[in-house]
Design a protein around this ligand. Structure first.
Ligand code: 6GU
Length: 228
């Protein structure tokens, strides 16, 4: 799977792409991540990428005449144009169902904005899918793009050591419950004991206990999920 990230700050991704699961997925050629600096498409001699909004108001708006050529150039480079996602708090809210859908794509383009947002004509011309990762405002789309990559790569076959582990996740493959509590050694810490049932070795009982805990926790913490 190919991810193309279009951003004004490609270096933000350095640490993320060079550690742990994502690094391993890149090294094993299960995914490829390419970064493009939108500024390289500025038509301006001062490399300007933003301007003050028509009609006044705070902040700056990303210029349509550098964002559109950038996306178009990145899309022509490869035969498959890919799925174009624009990171914006006005977008459709990301959920696991959409993540599962994305994990079946061959190519995903992540368009990241900064400042007050994109000139509306970027959307009119490119017709991207506008995606938000929640009801709060980030300084830019880069951390949202990382969240999307992070959620999607888990579902790319071969990325997780144990393929089963993503199927067991909360919210995946029809599971709409939160996960219950987990424990590991030591058995007792500061007087707090790991539940006996988990060390008893009865797998049927353990499964039953975990299912109950998942339901309890979902009901307590996420009544909105529990409804369904
Ligand atoms: Cl995708 N971008 C920004 N700037 N803020 C957000 C967001 C995206 N999703 C939630 N808040």
């Amino acid at each position: 799977m190919l991810f193309d990230i279009l951003t004004l700050f490609p270096n933000i991704f350095d640490g993320y792409l060079s550690e742990s699961l994502v690094k391993s997925a890149i090294d094993r050629k299960l995914i490829d991540v390419r970064r493009y600096n939108i500024r390289d498409w500025s038509a301006d001699k001062h490399r300007k990428v933003d301007d003050s909004p028509y009609g006044g108001g705070p902040g700056m708006v990303l210029k349509v005449d550098c964002v559109v050529p950038c996306v178009e150039d990145v899309q022509v480079n490869v035969a498959n144009r890919g799925r174009l996602l624009m990171m914006t708090p006005q977008g459709r809210r990301l959920d696991q169902k959409f993540v599962e859908e994305l994990s079946r794509e061959r190519r995903i383009l992540l368009l990241c904005g900064r400042y007050e947002g994109f000139d509306e004509r970027v959307s009119q011309i490119l017709q991207p899918e506008e995606i938000s990762i929640g009801d709060y405002i980030l300084n830019g789309g880069e951390t949202a793009a990382m969240a999307i990559i992070d959620a999607v790569v888990r579902l790319v076959p071969g990325v997780l050591g144990d393929e089963y582990s993503s199927l067991c996740d909360s919210f995946s493959a029809g599971n709409r419950l939160l996960e219950g509590p987990q424990y590991t050694r030591p058995r007792v810490y500061r007087g707090l004991k790991a539940p006996e049932i988990l060390v008893g070795g009865n797998h049927e009982q353990i499964q039953q206990w975990r299912a109950e805990e998942a339901v309890k926790r979902t009901e307590q913490r996420r009544p909105d999920l529990f409804q369904n």
